[in-house]
Structures are given as C-alpha cells and as structure tokens.
Design a protein around this ligand. Structure first.
Ligand code: DP6
Length: 329
C-alpha cells in the first residue's frame, strides 16, 4: 500500500483565475500551460493501520495547516478506494515552495497519482486529471505531458472539466521557460483565497472572462504552428490581464515586488533590442521568461547578472506525472 510518483510543475500560458464551483474546483475559464521538466516534486504515500491520522511532510517539514486542504483530498481518495487506513505522505521538491513557482500543481499531481496507486485504484489519464483538479485546479495540467489544455467544461458534475495534452513535448522541443527566483519568501495571499476574492469584488472580472477564449485559440494555434511570437504575445498579455484583475480586487492583491518589475522591463528591453522573449507571472512575484533554445544561453546569462535575480531554473517541455520505485521512505 505504498507508491511514489513524480510530477512536474506547469506554467500557464493562458491563466486560470476564478472558480464557478469551489467544491469541485470548476473554473470560470479554460487554460493552457506547459508542463516543465525542471521543477519537480516526488511524493511517497503509504496507507497503513499503524497511522492514526494522515501525516504530510513537505521538504522535511511536517505540515499542520494547509491552504489546499490536502487532508480533504486524501479523504476523497480514501472514500473512492473504500479504504479505512490513514496515510503517511512525504514530498520533496527541487525548488522553493509557495513562492509562485507552481509547487502546489506538481505537489497535488504527484500526491494524487501516488495516493490512487497506493490505495489500489487504477484510473485512466482523464479520470486522474479530474480527480487531481478537485485537489487543486492548476494541478490537473501537471498530470499530462508537454503543452496542456484544461477544458472549462459545461457540466455541473465536472466530468467534462479535464486536462489533456494538446502537443507532446517532442512537438516543440526548443521552447524554453526561464523561471527566475527573485525572493524565497512565502507569498501573503494564496491563489485559492485570492481568486475567490477577485471573482467577488473585481469590477473587471467579466471583461477578463470575455477575452480568455480568444487567448486560448491564439495560444493553441501558436503552439500547433510553433509560432513563438503568437504564443509569447498572447501569453504575456493574458498574464497582464490576470494581474490587472488581481490588482483591482478588494483588498488589492499585488504579487509584484520591485524585482518583478525589473525583470518585466528587462524582458521588454531585450525584445526591443532584437532577442525574442516574453514574460509571464503567476500568483507570486517570480517572473518566467519564455524564449527559444537558440537564445537561452545569452538570456539566462544576462538574467543572472541582474541584482534582482537570485537564481534561475530553466524548463523545457516536460513529462506528465509518472510512478517510480524510488520511494522516499
Ligand atoms: C495564477 O491551481 O493554485 O497559477 O484551484 O484553488 O488550488 P486552486 O488554485 P491554483 O491556482 C493557480 C492560479 C495561477 C494561474 C494558473 O496556473 O493557471
């Protein structure tokens, strides 16, 4: 009753921000992402009678309170499998958690795959993305390989709100995202609480929703045709629109720090001087710079000379979640 899974984080090119159903985690809009090979979580789950309660350890630290209600997610899986035993869950990430590098996405994806396997369930990929979605929305995209789309779906039970690969990693192997780490501090507002507040109070939320489908179409077309300019321009503008809704939430959610703006301006300056690159930012201060392999070395080197940048992690299109025998305990 022990299993271990590895999942990669994903970075959204068209963002998810807002739920129409918070219990099932059904989004107001669809989203598109790239599963990143550089940002990984490995999780071992064991169900056993000796555990009197569920225990979660992330990067050697026992978690007592979790924004993502991981315990509720485990309860759901236990019910599905008809199990009574509690579980020990131990997770390791190779990047700082809760600072806007999508750690919850890789974490929930690895946990869901490991827990379903350890509990004896065997789900197909689509079912696994649906179950993962109920743990954390963006995590469903980390189950699948390469470039992923999470469909909004229409049904009330969420059975058509799943993630799937729209292009495998081999389709565009020279697409790169340089994730900058500008601070290792935990962010003040989690994405779950933040997006709920935006839906409730942002006067521009409807406008955001009215433009997302067009962004999805453009980014998908750009990916299919490997049109870097189309993907970059659409993703960058989509990110700014999402942050505009965050900033116009009551109370305002401002994830950016001065270093964030530094890297935004740097990216635009690089582009103006002839090197194609675009930025995107999630629910945190870190900036992710999209580029092509041919420009990676020079851009990454330059970024690392900026005072604002502590370090960078380079991501290429990566694999979906997989099981492994390398248990943590
Ligand atoms: C800004 O998936 O973390 O990263 O569904 O409440 O767990 P929950 O939220 P989460 O939100 C991610 C928001 C985002 C955009 C994105 O990844 O699409």
């Amino acid at each position: 009753m022990k299993a271990t899974a590895i999942a990669n984080a994903n970075i959204a090119l068209v963002k998810y921000w807002g739920k129409r159903n918070a219990d099932l985690i059904l989004p107001h809009n669809g989203s598109v992402s790239m599963t990143c090979d550089g940002l990984q979580t490995r999780t071992t789950v064991e169900f056993a009678p000796e555990y009197s309660q569920d225990v979660l350890v992330i990067n050697d630290e026992e978690m007592r309170k979790d924004e993502k209600d991981i315990m509720g997610h485990m309860e759901r899986i236990r019910k599905m499998a008809g199990l009574k035993e509690h579980a020990k869950m131990v997770s390791e990430t190779n990047f700082p958690i809760a600072a806007g590098l999508a750690s919850s996405a890789s974490g929930l994806a690895a946990l869901t795959l490991a827990a379903t396997k350890a509990s004896g369930l065997s789900l197909g990929e689509r079912e696994l993305t649906i179950l993962t979605r109920m743990g954390s929305g963006s995590a469903c995209r980390s189950i699948v390989e390469g470039f992923a789309e999470w469909r909004r779906g229409e049904k009330e039970d969420g059975s058509d709100s799943y993630a799937e690969t729209i292009a495998p990693k081999s389709h565009w192997p020279d697409f790169r995202i340089i994730a900058t780490i500008l601070t290792e501090k935990k962010k003040a507002v989690g994405s779950r609480a933040g997006m709920a507040q935006t839906v409730k109070t942002c006067p521009y939320y409807k406008e955001w929703l009215s433009t997302v489908n067009e962004d999805i179409r453009s980014v998908k077309k750009g990916i299919q045709e490997r049109d870097f300019t189309l993907v970059g321009e659409t993703a960058e503008f989509n990110c700014l629109k999402m942050h505009a809704t965050m900033m116009t939430t009551k109370p305002p959610i401002v994830y950016w720090i001065p270093e964030t703006l530094d890297v935004i301006h740097w990216t635009r300056a690089m582009r103006e001087s002839g090197t194609p690159c675009y930025f995107t930012i999630d629910g945190g201060p870190q900036v992710k710079v999209m580029c092509l392999e041919k420009d990676l070395k020079s851009l990454d080197k330059e970024l690392n000379t900026l005072d604002s940048v502590l370090k960078t992690v380079v991501c290429r299109p990566g694999d979906g979640a997989v099981l492994t025998d390398r248990h943590i305990f």
